[in-house]
Design a protein around this ligand. Structure first.
Ligand SMILES: Cc1cc2nc3c(=O)[nH]c(=O)nc-3n(C[C@H](O)[C@H](O)[C@H](O)COP(=O)(O)OP(=O)(O)OC[C@H]3O[C@@H](n4cnc5c(N)ncnc54)[C@H](O)[C@@H]3O)c2cc1C
Length: 272
């Protein structure tokens, strides 16, 4: 069991200066039938910083008549004269400062400006990316790490697994449509993944992830639990983890990454 202290395990908040960056689409490729990776680049990517595996950037999808960004002394910004374009939150899946690339993975679903944009993304197009505004750096000094979520959580889960050091251990419980949507993760850690398949059932239901968590055998020791899914699902899984699986509320982060019937929702569940 690790001898890490409370301080070693306390997440740190770091704030960043927010910048709006017009980035160029370099590539768009399918990782699985419903997961699309868009790789962005260009001079505006310089200085990009993302310290936490579950950071988010805001992607803007201008409609006709929306404000378009203008370059000024303070950098690129939206003028006040027209409505701002709709924005959606996405995880900086992989930033490679040397190559000058930023990958964003889009879980494609039925409808929405982000999904519609991703489906038509092609090299040479521009995507407006804001942030990240801040990072929560969750330490790795735990005996093991629990990562739970649906497709929208997979970019953060994949990034965490890539960033965990050798010798660490992770348990992943993830819901996707079916076996064709399972991803292979790169990691120096020892990782076990339980996939939950919806097989045609509507996304955003609690039962699959909840049953998989109930059945999961947890390793001994202190763990950090991270959950991201449909908002109500994430809220109930948080309660389940505390009540039934020994999760420590201070080492637990549960977030709604989307909400049934609503657009652009991000909810943090910290209290019952
Ligand atoms: C911090 C954070 C990080 C995120 N990172 C990622 C990421 O890296 N990759 C990713 O794919 N998503 C990610 N998401 C989720 C993503 O922002 C939402 O799914 C977003 O609503 C998609 O926008 P849209 O324009 O496609 O749909 P919207 O216009 O927002 O929604 C349209 C309709 O679709 C429903 N809906 C939204 N998302 C889904 C879904 N995934 N499955 C089924 N129905 C849905 C809504 O309830 C609504 O009824 C993240 C969210 C947050 C808060």
């Amino acid at each position: 069991m690790s001898s890490a202290t409370e301080t070693d395990r306390t997440p740190q908040r770091v704030r960043h200066t927010v910048r709006l960056r017009p980035l160029e689409v370099l590539r768009a490729e399918r990782l699985t039938p419903r997961m699309l990776r868009v790789t962005l680049g260009g001079a505006a990517l310089e200085g990009f910083t993302s310290l936490g595996f579950d950071d988010h950037v805001k992607l803007f999808f201008p409609r006709p008549g929306d404000a378009l960004p203008v370059a000024g002394a303070e950098g690129v910004s939206f003028p006040e004269s027209a409505p701002r374009p709709p924005a959606r939150d996405y995880t900086p899946r992989r930033y490679d400062a040397q190559a000058g690339t930023l990958a964003i993975d889009f879980a494609l679903h039925e409808a929405g400006p982000a999904t519609a944009w991703a489906e038509q993304a092609a090299p040479g197009q521009t995507l407006l990316v804001g942030g990240p505004r801040g990072s929560l750096v969750i330490p790795t000094a735990f005996d093991w790490h629990l990562l739970v979520g649906d497709e929208t959580a997979l970019p953060a889960i994949g990034r965490r697994l890539e960033e965990l050091p050798a010798g660490s251990r992770a348990v992943v419980v993830a819901e996707v449509e079916g076996p064709e949507e399972e991803q292979t993760f790169q990691s120096a850690a020892s990782v076990s993944v339980s996939w939950v398949h919806r097989r045609g059932a509507a996304p955003g239901r609690l039962d699959g992830l909840s049953a998989a968590l109930a059945a999961a055998a947890f390793p001994p020791g202190a763990f950090y639990a991270w959950v991201a899914a449909e908002s109500q699902v994430a809220k109930v899984l948080r309660r389940q983890l505390i009540a039934e699986k020994g999760a420590e509320p201070r080492w637990l982060k549960a977030a709604g990454y989307w909400k049934l019937g609503q657009s652009a929702v991000h909810e943090q569940h910290a209290e019952d």
